[in-house]
Structure formats: C-alpha cells, structure tokens
Design a binder for this molecule. Sequence first.
Ligand SMILES: NC(=O)c1ccc[n+]([C@@H]2O[C@H](COP(=O)([O-])OP(=O)(O)OC[C@H]3O[C@@H](n4cnc5c(N)ncnc54)[C@H](O)[C@@H]3O)[C@@H](O)[C@H]2O)c1
Length: 438
Amino acid sequence: MSHSAAKIAPAKGKLGILIPGMGAVATTFMAGVEMVRKGQSNPVGSLTQLATIRLGKRTDGRSPMIKDFVPLAGLKDLVFGGWDIYEDNAYQAATNASVLKSEDLGKVKKFLGGIQPMKAVFDQNYVKRINGPNVKTGANKMELAEQLMADIAGFKKKNNCDRLVMIWCGSTETFKKPGAVHANLAAFEKALHKNSAEIAPSQVYAYAALKSGVPFANGAPNLTHDIPALLDMARDHNLPVCGKDFKTGQTFMKTLLAPGLKSRMLGVSGWFSTNILGNRDGEVLDDPGSFKTKEETKLSVLDSILQPELYPDLYKDLFHAVRINYYPPRGDEKEGWDNIDIFGWLGYPMQIKIDFLCRDSILAAPIVLDLVLFLDLAHRAGMRGIQEWLSFYFKAPMTAPGLYPEHDIFIQLMKLKNRLRHLMGEDLITHLGLEYYD
Ligand SMILES: NC(=O)c1ccc[n+]([C@@H]2O[C@H](COP(=O)([O-])OP(=O)(O)OC[C@H]3O[C@@H](n4cnc5c(N)ncnc54)[C@H](O)[C@@H]3O)[C@@H](O)[C@H]2O)c1
C-alpha cells in the first residue's frame, strides 16, 4: 500500500444512503442495487462497479478494476432511507414511476416495500406543481432542520450504520440567485430561525446533513449548497460535497459531441434541443420557475465547452435553445431531439440530427451509485469541500469561486481517474507517451 493510501480509513460496517426525494431516480437506484446484490442483474453504467483504471506505463499491463484499486464500500453494506412528501413506500413509488417493469419490481418487492419515506421538509413556493401529505411542521426552518437531524441520527442508530451520505434526488426547485442570507453561516442560521422565504427546502436538508457530519451531493440543478454559507460549513466540518444536476440524456450527448466538433475546429451556428417527457419530473419542469433552474444548467454547457471568447469565428453567433415539453403518454421514456447546424471548410454548412429515445432514470441510477460511493471514499480520505473531480457526473459542476467548470466529459474522466491515482500514490497519467519512443 502506498503512503497516501494508508491514510484512508477503511470502509468497514454499513454505509447509509439518505435520499430526499424518493421518486423515479431514487427508487430505480435502490431497486437496481438490490437486484445486483441478488445476482439478478449487472450494474451497467456504473464506473465504480465496471470500469478499470490503467496504472503506470501502457506496457506495464496494470489495469485493475476501480473498485479493487480504491477502498470503496461494498454494495452489500449499503442501506437506504429517505424523505418524500408522499407516503408511498419505495415499492409503491417505483410502481408509480413505472421506470422498471413489474416483473423486475416483483423481484425486489419486499426490500423496496420496507423503505418508508420519512416526513419531508417542503414548501410549495419552491415546487409549484406537486403537493403531498407527508410533510413536517415546525415553528421555523431551524426547527425543521433539527427534526431532519433527529431523523438522520435515528436512521443511523436503527440501521447500525458506520457512515452516512446524503444525495438530493428531489424535484427541481424554482430558480433562485444567492442572496444576503446565503452569504455566511451566521446569516444563514439567523434566516433559518426567522423562517426566511429565501431558504429553500433543499437547503434545510443540506444544512442538516452537514451539521450531522454527512457528505452531501445534489442531483438536481437547484442552488442548494452552492452558497458560501454551506460551502464554508462543509470545509469547516471536513465534509466533501458535490453537484449539481446529474448529467444524463441530452446534456450527456452534448458533452460527447461538442468537444469532438471543437477538437476539429468545426463551427457551430445553432443547436436546438427539444424533449418530450411525461414523468413527474416533466410535470414539475412544466412550471416556468423550475424550468428556469434547469435551463440555466443546460444552456451553460455549450458555452463552456466551445469557448466562443477564444474562437469567435466558430462559435460567437451560436444560437442555443433548450425546450422541455411535458407529454404524459411517454412517462419516463423521454425522447430528445437535437438539430445541430455546423459549418466546415470555407464555411460550408452541414446538419446533424440526434433522436435519443432515452430512459432518464436508467441513466441516472448508476450515477447515484457512483456518487455515493465516491463521496464516502472522499470522506474517509479526509477530502473536504467541493469535489471537482466528480464533475464527470454533473451538468453544472460546482467549482471553487472564480473558476470556470470543466464540461468536456473526456477531460472530466481523466480528472476523475487522476484524482484516484493521486489518492493512492500512483503516477498521474499525462498521455505524453514519449518514453515509448526513446
Ligand atoms: N436522468 C434523470 O432522471 C435526471 C437527470 C438530472 C437531474 N435529475 C433531477 O433529479 C431529480 C429527481 O428526478 P426524478 O425523475 O426522480 O423525479 P421524481 O419527480 O420522480 O422524484 C422527485 C421526488 O421528490 C419529491 N420531493 C419534492 N420535493 C421534496 C422535498 N422537499 N422533500 C422530499 N421529497 C421531495 C417528490 O415528491 C418526488 O417524489 C429531479 O430534480 C430531476 O430534475 C434527474
């Protein structure tokens, strides 16, 4: 074992995964982990479970599985809990979400049926299109945060967990910019006591997690912990955090294609993306406030990959539009169309059309798995604050203030793997490769 590897605390005992929002993504994730544990399926789409990592020179022949290279929690040690505004247990919620076939859900019915959501912290001003009965009451948001902390401690004790991780899989909240109440912890806590309307439910969960010593990830585009008050708190409590908005579907495609077009110095004059989807997420995003939050993360991707400020002739006039249309007949089986107007040598125009018949939650579930395992690893390794190496999984990767996010998925993957090599005291791979020709 290398010097730095020796400093990582072992993954002993149970790891509790706490999820605000037990909807399509969360239940598809839980069901899948259980099916994999029972040997009924494969964890397709999960880097932690399937990918290898090359170490040393190409001629060394060392390519262990990532899960054998870094000390991750094993799937058998995961236990699940969560909160939702609906009272349905995870089996009922998964049945309603209808991502997985009933024959698959039947295989894990007992397991999912045993996961009952705790009462949520909810405010309909933040998610207009839904409302449910399973909601906490309290004099102010600080009291609600304390109730969440009691839930967290109770879950940990009851399930005999060694460690916990929290990941927001709740609905997309309405668009908010950071304000004075988010600027530092004292102002934030004061605002919790005063029940300020500026504090979103997701921020109450993030606060409760960090206060309880639990790493936090955000799978939705909401502001949540991307504010100085909570980021300072994460650093001060030595907790790793990451976000925002799982990179699946259309944005995943964008981050595959755009770097390729740019690498060949091909121009892009327009990128029109439209989607139809009919799940609850689609219904929530039908509200302009929630859509605005999503639109911001979806639009920022192309600009930062294509760098129009460096390549004005190729990308300055790019017209980029993103639409999401709620269309119930499709359920979770979204269809996303992209029309890309590109130009090449001498400015001659060409077009690319993509029609992606994707399943959102099928793409998101393995991302949830990887994130909770990596965050737990980061926590045991003493890594704190924003984990930029997990940008790979997000549409709007969080970064240190003033730093632009890296959206190119291939750079993100290199960053992730190099972070693991660095953690384990292995040489970083630069792809220079001169040594093979000396
Ligand atoms: N591929 C993907 O599916 C994907 C990709 C990126 C981001 N996301 C985001 O992940 C989130 C979950 O997606 P989904 O398809 O599972 O949606 P969903 O609507 O099926 O599930 C969200 C759940 O959150 C619950 N909820 C809302 N506010 C809550 C609160 N304050 N506390 C507790 N529960 C709350 C809702 O009742 C619902 O059951 C959404 O914000 C979505 O935008 C999903």
